[in-house]
Design a protein around this ligand. Structure first.
Ligand SMILES: *[C@@H]1O[C@H](CO)[C@@H](O)[C@H](O)[C@H]1NC(C)=O
Ligand SMILES: *[C@@H]1O[C@H](CO)[C@@H](O)[C@H](O)[C@H]1NC(C)=O
Ligand SMILES: *[C@@H]1O[C@H](CO)[C@@H](O)[C@H](O)[C@H]1NC(C)=O
Ligand SMILES: *[C@@H]1O[C@H](CO)[C@@H](O)[C@H](O)[C@H]1NC(C)=O
Ligand SMILES: *[C@@H]1O[C@H](CO)[C@@H](O)[C@H](O)[C@H]1NC(C)=O
Ligand SMILES: *[C@@H]1O[C@H](CO)[C@@H](O)[C@H](O)[C@H]1NC(C)=O
Ligand SMILES: *[C@@H]1O[C@H](CO)[C@@H](O)[C@H](O)[C@H]1NC(C)=O
Ligand SMILES: *[C@@H]1O[C@H](CO)[C@@H](O)[C@H](O)[C@H]1NC(C)=O
Ligand SMILES: *[C@@H]1O[C@H](CO)[C@@H](O)[C@H](O)[C@H]1NC(C)=O
Ligand SMILES: *[C@@H]1O[C@H](CO)[C@@H](O)[C@H](O)[C@H]1NC(C)=O
Length: 400
């Protein structure tokens, strides 16, 4: 090819690119739909209209712009799809706040504050923040079901969430339900250590999820993986305060629940209540399998490794143990650091199924006060690298 041909080729590619740039990717700024952004005026209507334009617009790859430097007050709001565009972006650089007092909520009984449903190819990106104003809910001692999740995403495909923050969610910060192909990165989730049920990220009925490079400091699980979730990778998460990264709870009220293919790597549990946790109710069915926790840094974490097959939540009574969620192929490798309580490793497995093929390797968990942490195992089959700490774990029920 001649140099000049090559230049022409490059030019025409550039022109095609520019033309597409014009017909695709229309921006819809909430300010152009009447949003005020003074933190006092209810901007919900403007957001609904801006969303409608973004979602129904004929162009492809539209963007809803929430500009920086302003604070938008939103009542419980639903962004529903499907949209005409194959991909929709929310450019969130501003701050979104909920009414600061529960009395000012249009519907204080809503289960979600901001929700997206059936929006495919959704991208939520930016340096903005959502503030669910949880304290007015917490102060009333309401039960979890009486408090909304801050950001709920239901039925999605190819979801990307990057850069944003959530503070003081009344309940869960971010919940992902019935989604496939999800990437969540560089987010910050923040709520007081004492705030009730403020899980960082809840995943349910969802597959092919990557969560990485994020900080979660909250009052409940940093990440909770619930039934119907498969192929979940979690890496480089700073968790704490919080209750660690949990699979479960599974099998409540005899449910047949399943989770498999969870890899948690290079995470830090800093002063968390738990670390790597699997929790199931007695009397459940189904399985939790192929779950690994690898290269985990512990900083005075309580219960850094825990399986609890007799999980009971406050205010509920447990069924009789005649079945259990089957736990198998579980790996704990490369846990290093300190624990606050002596019971560093607790594997309390079910008499009916026992935990199978549990592997422990290269774990070194110490206590700052110099005491030797303890290991407590019930009905566990598996193997360890034979370090002193784990000598007794697998003795009662060895696979070999
Ligand atoms: C939603 O957008 C469509 C297409 O842009 C428009 O025809 C319709 O009037 C809008 N509806 C509302 C409620 O704004
Ligand atoms: C639309 O967005 C998708 C996903 O980000 C991208 O792969 C595609 O190239 C975009 N299309 C255009 C025409 O910009
Ligand atoms: C909520 O519970 C706390 C601690 O138990 C108590 O001090 C407070 O009075 C309760 N608040 C309400 C509104 O019931
Ligand atoms: C979603 O992602 C999958 C796998 O990466 C890809 O095959 C599919 O085309 C994507 N769909 C859309 C609508 O972008
Ligand atoms: C789980 O998600 C799939 C779509 O991925 C959906 O068809 C199904 O109804 C969902 N099931 C539940 C129990 O939500
Ligand atoms: C998670 O990591 C494993 C191993 O590196 C890889 O095979 C799998 O495809 C990853 N899953 C996702 C959702 O990226
Ligand atoms: C652990 O948490 C403490 C208190 O929140 C904080 O000061 C410290 O920097 C954290 N350590 C790491 C390594 O993140
Ligand atoms: C679990 O992993 C094993 C190999 O490690 C694989 O053969 C099996 O298909 C996996 N099962 C599930 C449910 O992911
Ligand atoms: C964990 O760390 C070890 C030692 O640094 C390394 O060999 C291994 O590949 C790491 N595992 C993962 C999943 O990153
Ligand atoms: C375990 O960690 C402690 C504290 O970092 C260290 O002193 C000790 O040598 C380590 N033990 C092993 C077997 O690596």
């Amino acid at each position: 090819m001649h140099d000049s041909d090559e230049i022409i080729l490059h030019l025409s590619m550039l022109i095609i690119f520019l033309c597409f740039g014009l017909v695709n990717g229309q921006n819809y700024n909430v300010l152009d739909f009447g949003a005020i952004g003074d933190g006092q005026t209810d901007d919900s209507m403007a957001f609904v209209q801006a969303w409608n334009a973004t979602c129904r617009g004929e162009e492809n790859n539209n963007t809803l712009v929430i500009p920086s430097g302003q604070t938008f007050l939103l009542q419980p709001i639903k962004f529903n799809g499907p949209c005409k565009s194959t991909s929709i972006k929310i450019q969130l650089d501003g701050v979104i706040i909920a009414p600061s007092n529960i009395k000012a909520w249009s519907n204080p009984k809503s289960q979600m504050w901001i929700s997206f449903s059936s929006v495919f190819g959704l991208i939520v990106d930016g340096s903005g923040k959502i503030d669910g104003g949880g304290s007015s809910f917490w102060e009333l001692n309401l039960t979890a079901s009486q408090r909304p999740t801050a950001l709920h995403i239901n039925k999605c495909n190819n979801l990307t969430i990057n850069g944003i923050s959530s503070i003081n969610s009344p309940k869960t910060h971010l919940s992902i339900k019935s989604c496939n192909y999800v990437a969540i990165s560089k987010i910050n989730l923040l709520a007081p250590e004492t705030s009730p049920n403020t899980d960082g990220i809840d995943i349910q009925n969802s597959t092919n999820i990557n969560i990485f490079d994020s900080t979660i400091q909250t009052g409940d699980d940093c990440i909770a993986i619930k039934t119907g979730s498969f192929n979940i990778n979690i890496t480089q998460i700073n968790c704490g305060p919080g209750h660690g990264i949990s699979v479960g709870s599974l099998g409540a009220d005899g449910a047949n629940d399943a989770v498999s293919g969870v890899q948690v790597t290079h995470c830090t549990f800093n002063r968390t209540m738990n670390g790597a946790r699997i929790k199931t109710w007695e009397g459940g069915q189904g399985y939790a399998r192929n779950i690994s926790f690898e290269n985990i840094t512990l900083i005075n974490a309580k219960n850094p490794i825990i399986i609890d097959q007799q999980y009971i939540d406050k205010g509920r009574h447990n069924a009789k143990e005649d079945s259990a969620v089957a736990i198998s192929n579980i790996k704990y490798v490369g846990f290093h650091g300190t624990t606050l309580n002596e019971d560093a490793i607790t594997l309390k497995c079910s008499v009916t199924t026992s935990c199978k093929n549990v592997v422990m390797d290269d774990n070194n968990i110490t206590m700052e006060n110099g005491k030797t942490p303890k290991v407590h195992c019930e009905n566990v089959e598996g193997e360890s690298d034979g370090s002193d700490l784990l000598r007794d774990c697998f003795k009662s029920n060895n696979t070999s």
